[in-house]
Design a protein around this ligand. Structure first.
Ligand code: ACO
Length: 428
C-alpha cells in the first residue's frame, strides 16, 4: 500500500481512500468502502478506469505496447516457446522444467477425446451453423459430462477441469469445422503435438494419411500463443463474472465463448478479413479510410484500435511477420496481404488514426494467415476461443483461489421511473 492515500471531497466531507500499488503499472484507488462512507457509487461504463480484481498472470502496458505473461514478453514466448509450455506458464506461474513439460503435455494428450454422446449434439445443429454457435453449445454441454470435477473449491478438481478444457477445445473446434463441410469427425492422434493434432483433426480425412506441415504447425502454434491470454478483456471478465457465483467451469467457458464472438472482440479477425476482401484492391483504400473517419458512418476499420493499446499491439507485429513467412514458405501470393500492408501504412500516417492512437491489433493480420492455411473465415473466432481457453481457465483458477473474491455484482445509476402504482389493464 502506498503512503499517500487519495482524498475525495464529497459534499462537506473529505474521504480518505487507500492507494494500492501492484508490482508494475498504475496504482489503484481502493474504493471498496466508498459506498459505506458516502452512500454514493462510482460510475464507469465499460470499466475504463476500474480494476475488477488482483491478478498475477498477464501485464499490459498499452502506452508502450508491452504484453507480458508471468513477466515474459510475448515476442520472446512467440519466438522461443510452444503453446503447451505457455499454457503451463499461465496456469502454474513458472516455466516448466523438461520433466514438468513432458508430464503436462502427456496429461493434456490423455484428455483430447470427447464422449461419443457429445458428438450427437452436433447433429442437432444446422449444417450452416456458425462454429461459434456450435462451440457455445457443446462446451456448455461438457458441464453435463463431468460431475466428478464439479467441486470447484478443490484445487485438484479445478486442475482436472482445466486440463480437460485445454485438451478438448481443439477436438471440438475441429468437429465444428468437419460438421460444416460434411466430413467425418477425426479422432485425436496423441502421437502428434497439440497443434499438429488439431491440424490433422481439422484437415485430415480417414481415407488418407495426414502429414503435418511443420511450417503451418509452427505458425498455428504461434497464433495460439499470441491469443492465449490478455488480462481482464471482455471475455475473460465474463468468465470471471460467471465463475464468481460458483458456476460450473465448462458453463463459465461457454459464457466466455459467447462474449468473444462479438465483432468488437474476437469476432474482429473474421470481420477484418471480410473487410480486406471487400476493399479488394489498394486503390479502394482511401474510400474505406474516409468511411472510417466519417462520424455519420458506423463503419470502423476492423483489426484497428484497442481499448488498452495506444501503441502498436505487440501481437500484431509477430502476426505480421508470421503472415509474411507463411505466405512466402507456402509460395502463396495473396492480394489481401498487399491490401492489409498498404492499408496499415495509409492509416498509420493519417492524422485521424495518429490523433486517436489507433494501431493494428492482433486480429488485423491473423485472418491472412488463417486463410492461407485453409481455414474458412467462420472458423477464425473458434480458433481464438481454442487458444484463449487456457487464459480463461488460468484466470478462473486464480479468481476461485483469491481470498478477496466475491460474487461480481456491479451497481448502477438508475434512470428509470420512480415508484408508481399498478394500473389494471382495463384502466390503461
Ligand atoms: N476505426 C475507426 N475509428 C475508430 C476505430 C476503428 N477501428 N476504433 C476506434 N475508433 C475511434 C472511435 O470512433 C472513437 O472516436 P471518437 O473519440 O471521435 O468518438 C475513438 O476512436 C475511440 O473509440 P472507442 O470505441 O471509444 O474505443 P474503445 O476503447 O471503446 O474501443 C475497440 C476499442 C472496440 C477495439 C475499437 O477500437 C473497435 O471497434 N475496433 C474495431 C474492432 C476490432 O478490431 N476489435 C478487436 C479488438 S482486439 C481483440 O478483441 C482481440
Amino acid at each position: 500500500m502506498s503512503d499517500a492515500p487519495a482524498t475525495l471531497k464529497f459534499g462537506d466531507k473529505d474521504i480518505g481512500m487507500p492507494v494500492l500499488s501492484g508490482s508494475v503499472g498504475p496504482d489503484v484507488i481502493d474504493i471498496r468502502k466508498l459506498y459505506a462512507q458516502t452512500g454514493a457509487f462510482t460510475y464507469d461504463p465499460g470499466f475504463t478506469s476500474t480494476a475488477s480484481c488482483q491478478s498475477a498472470i498477464t501485464y499490459i502496458d498499452g502506452e508502450e505496447g508491452i504484453l507480458l505473461h508471468r513477466g515474459y514478453p510475448i515476442d520472446q514466448l512467440a519466438e522461443q516457446s510452444s503453446f503447451p509450455e505457455v499454457s503451463y506458464l499461465l496456469l502454474h506461474g513458472e516455466l516448466p522444467s523438461k520433466a514438468e513439460l513432458d508430464k503436462f503435455t502427456y496429461t493434456i494428450s490423455r484428455h483430447t477425446m470427447v464422449h461419443e454422446q457429445l458428438a450427437m449434439f452436433f447433429r442437432g445443429f444446422r449444417r450452416d451453423a456458425h462454429p461459434m454457435a456450435i462451440m457455445c453449445g457443446v462446451v456448455g454441454a461438457l458441464s453435463a459430462f463431468y460431475h466428478d470435477s464439479a467441486d470447484i473449491t478443490d484445487p485438484q478438481q479445478r486442475l482436472i477441469a482445466s486440463h480437460r478444457l485445454i485438451a478438448k477445445m481443439p477436438t471440438l473446434a475441429a468437429m465444428a469445422h468437419k460438421y460444416s463441410v460434411g466430413q467425418p469427425f477425426m479422432h485425436p492422434d496423441n502421437r502428434l503435438s497439440y497443434t499438429g493434432n488439431f491440424l490433422r483433426m481439422t484437415f485430415g480425412v480417414p481415407a488418407e494419411p495426414y502429414v503435418v506441415n511443420p511450417i503451418i504447425e509452427r505458425a498455428m502454434d504461434r497464433i495460439f500463443i499470441l491469443h492465449a491470454d490478455h488480462e481482464q478483456n471482455a471475455s475473460t471478465s465474463t468468465v470471471r463474472l460467471a465463475g464468481s457465483s460458483g458456476a460450473n467451469p465448462f458453463a463459465c467457458i461457454a459464457a466466455g465463448i459467447a462474449c468473444l464472438w462479438g465483432p468488437a472482440h474476437g469476432g474482429a479477425n473474421e470481420a477484418a478479413l471480410n473487410m480486406l476482401r471487400e476493399i479488394g484492391k489498394p486503390e479502394h483504400i482511401p474510400e474505406y479510410i474516409a468511411r472510417a473517419k466519417d462520424k455519420d458512418d458506423p463503419f470502423r476499420l476492423m483489426g484497428f484500435g484497442h481499448r488498452v493499446y495506444k501503441n502498436y499491439d505487440p501481437r500484431a507485429k509477430v502476426m505480421q511477420q508470421t503472415a509474411e513467412e507463411v505466405l512466402r514458405e507456402l509460395n502463396i501470393s495473396d492480394p489481401v496481404l498487399d491490401t492489409a500492408q498498404e492499408l496499415e501504412q495509409i492509416a498509420l500516417n493519417d492524422p485521424y488514426f495518429i490523433e486517436k492512437k489507433l494501431y493494428p491489433n492482433v486480429d488485423f493480420y491473423s485472418g491472412v494467415i488463417l486463410n492461407a492455411i485453409g481455414f474458412p473465415t467462420e472458423m477464425f473466432t473458434a480458433l481464438f476461443a481454442l487458444a484463449r481457453t487456457v487464459g480463461w481457465v488460468a484466470q478462473w483458477n486464480e479468481m476461485i483461489s483469491d481470498p478477496e473474491q466475491k460474487i461480481g455484482r456491479p451497481r448502477q445509476l438508475y434512470t428509470g421511473a420512480t415508484q408508481r402504482d399498478y394500473v389494471p389493464v382495463a384502466q390503461r
